[in-house]
Design a binder for this molecule. Structure first.
Ligand SMILES: Cc1ncc(COP(=O)(O)O)c(C=O)c1O
Length: 376
């Protein structure tokens, strides 16, 4: 069994995919070919934002957004403590300071009470200026944007939505990547909408930021690539990846989003009451980047992972270490006691095999193993 079986998806899409890739090779426009512009149009329409700017990966997408806002030394950027490293890494890359915030016990997304507390703390200390909230749509479920928007407004801060894992998620009719002042996603192969390599995209309604990001992604270009008016990056999405994404996109929206809800319901039905199953809030839709359960403690979690492995079932621990414990941030002082939920999650979570092409019998195989392990 595979954790996320991308080969099955390819088999399903093979004819269209092979043609899309061959077309790019025949055209020979490997950089900024027509598929890149077409993809940006399709995605901006789906998300409901005026601009979609594709780029090389989700990490660059976050960095480009911070660069467009001129975030740097002296600025505080608030980031959930329970997330992938990138969400905090980019803050240090631009010279600002990441302030990690504990997460909500139910959704694992940023806890808005802790967020308010951390913003107040930074204001009281007076060394840094609160500028940005990076809200992560963890495991596919959008963060609590009603509250986050209020907090951002009260404190005159920007929201950067990190929907690297969230593409396809919804709150009511609004889709992920529409909630931030700037929002980003990742097309890493295992993401809800993934390409065949690295890729990312940025979404905004703001014309000025759109122009700035388009310049920054091509070496700070002015009128052309050889007219350089600022320091930027080289961060374009390959035409081949755009063609792959265009081929996957309609299947993702029309079929895969439905299929994963069926898989998630089956897992939850079988496991509810035995382990802590994921909670999707009322009115929210998760795009299920991960299906993550919580065990009683580290011994039980590690034991289950080992047991699954012995029986041919891969599982992953997202995440093993809170962000505030990462050595890369050791120059910044954090108080371990501020992160009670994250500290516990890192010891108890386990993500199970999950993808839209998984057979119901495979889900049953996994859940029966879990039941057997818990009985022992
Ligand atoms: C929450 C989050 N943010 C950012 C990223 C970075 O995306 P990429 O791997 O495309 O750089 C990831 C990727 O795993 C992620 O999970």
């Amino acid at each position: 069994m595979e954790f996320r079986d991308l080969k099955r998806q390819y088999e399903y899409l093979k004819e269209d995919m092979d043609k899309a890739i061959q077309d790019v090779i025949t055209d020979g426009q490997f950089i900024m070919g027509k598929q890149v512009m077409e993809l940006e149009k399709v995605l901006s329409e789906y998300v409901g934002k005026k601009h979609c700017i594709t780029c090389a990966n989700g990490t660059d997408a976050l960095q480009l957004a911070l660069m467009a806002w001129d975030i740097g030394p002296g600025d505080a950027v608030f980031v959930p403590d329970f997330t992938f490293f990138s969400s905090g890494e980019v803050v240090v890359t631009v010279g600002a300071t990441p302030i990690f915030v504990d997460v909500c016990n139910q959704t694992y997304n940023i806890d808005t009470e802790s967020l308010k507390m951390m913003i107040e703390k930074v204001k009281t200390e007076g060394k840094l200026v609160p500028k940005v909230i990076i809200a992560v749509d963890l495991f596919g479920q959008p963060a609590n944007y009603d509250e986050i928007k209020k907090i951002a407004k009260e404190n005159n801060m920007f929201i950067l939505e990190d929907a690297a894992q969230g593409f396809g998620g919804k709150i009511g009719k609004d889709v992920a990547c529409s909630f931030g002042d700037i929002s980003i996603t990742s097309f890493f192969p295992a993401k809800p909408l993934g390409c065949y390599g690295d890729g990312g995209a940025i979404f905004t309604d703001d014309d000025e930021w759109n122009g700035m990001i388009r310049s920054l992604r091509v070496h700070g270009k002015g009128v052309s690539k050889y007219d350089n008016i600022r320091i930027g990056m080289n961060s374009r999405l390959d035409t081949l990846q755009a063609a792959v994404l265009l081929t996957k996109f309609s299947v993702f929206v029309q079929e895969e989003m439905e299929a994963i809800q069926t898989i998630a319901r089956k897992y939850t039905k079988e496991l509810m009451g035995l382990v802590k199953t994921p909670i999707v809030l009322n009115g929210y839709v998760s795009s299920w980047a991960q299906y993550t359960i919580q065990l009683a403690d580290k011994v039980q979690r590690d034991g289950l992972q080992e047991y699954l492995k012995r029986n041919g079932v891969p599982s992953m621990i997202y995440y093993q270490k809170p962000m505030h414990c990462q050595r890369a941030f050791e120059h910044i002082r954090y108080n371990h006691a501020d992160y009670k939920v994250t500290n516990r999650l890192c010891d108890t979570v386990l993500s199970l095999p999950f993808h839209p092409y998984m057979a119901i019998e495979e889900v049953s195989y996994v859940t029966e193993l879990i039941k057997g392990y818990l009985k022992e």
